[in-house]
Design a protein around this ligand. Sequence first.
Ligand code: ADP
Ligand code: MG
Ligand code: MG
Length: 213
Amino acid sequence: MTTIDTARLAGMFAAIADAMSADRDRLCALDGVIGDADHGIAMELGFSASRDAVAALDTGSADPTTLLNTAAKSFLNAVGASSGPLYATAFMRGAAAVKGKTTLDDTDAVALFQAMAKGIQDRGKAEPGEKTMIDAWAPAAQAAGEALASGKGLAGSLEAAAQAAKAGAEATKAMIATKGRASRLGERSLGHMDPGAASAVTVIEAMRVALTG
Ligand code: ADP
Ligand code: MG
Ligand code: MG
């Protein structure tokens, strides 16, 4: 059983920010093909801002909900692109899912993860198959829930999530975009991975390592 405290969550944001910086150019290139080439910059800016904002909190007294709401607000302020409100909503919903907890156990952490995916879906109104980040987040959330229910701990659940996200992002190559900027391309979006699904894989993998490694 893992116990995740506020300091561990702050470390998670630092790890995601590092991962986004490392992945920035690939994500911009993917977005350059079917969008406006700013996705890597948006994600790096957003997670750097969240990292800095949560690092400034007193992790001794701030609870996970305060930390996640702080991350949400700073992400939203830093990012002008569509991914801004989507990830901000993810963290706000995650914050609500762990309200009242001072530390998170495996069940809490999976609930947080699933609330993030649901938040993105509620905010963007995308369904699976529309070639968005939801094609990575939705199967990842489902896989995490199934793994936990089958007796796997957090590490196994987030491993299942990371694998499902990867498969989901890969599958976006065969999809025609019907949401977001890429939908303007119609069939010309075929054959290319959705940048938001690609970055979701990186986010989820960084979360997995930071929370269970
Ligand atoms: P923008 O298109 O405003 O430049 P970004 O480049 O940061 O924003 O993000 C693009 C990604 O956002 C897409 O690849 C897609 O995954 C995701 N996206 C766009 N619209 C939606 C939506 N309605 N629901 C979920 N994800 C979306
Ligand atoms: Mg873009
Ligand atoms: Mg843009």
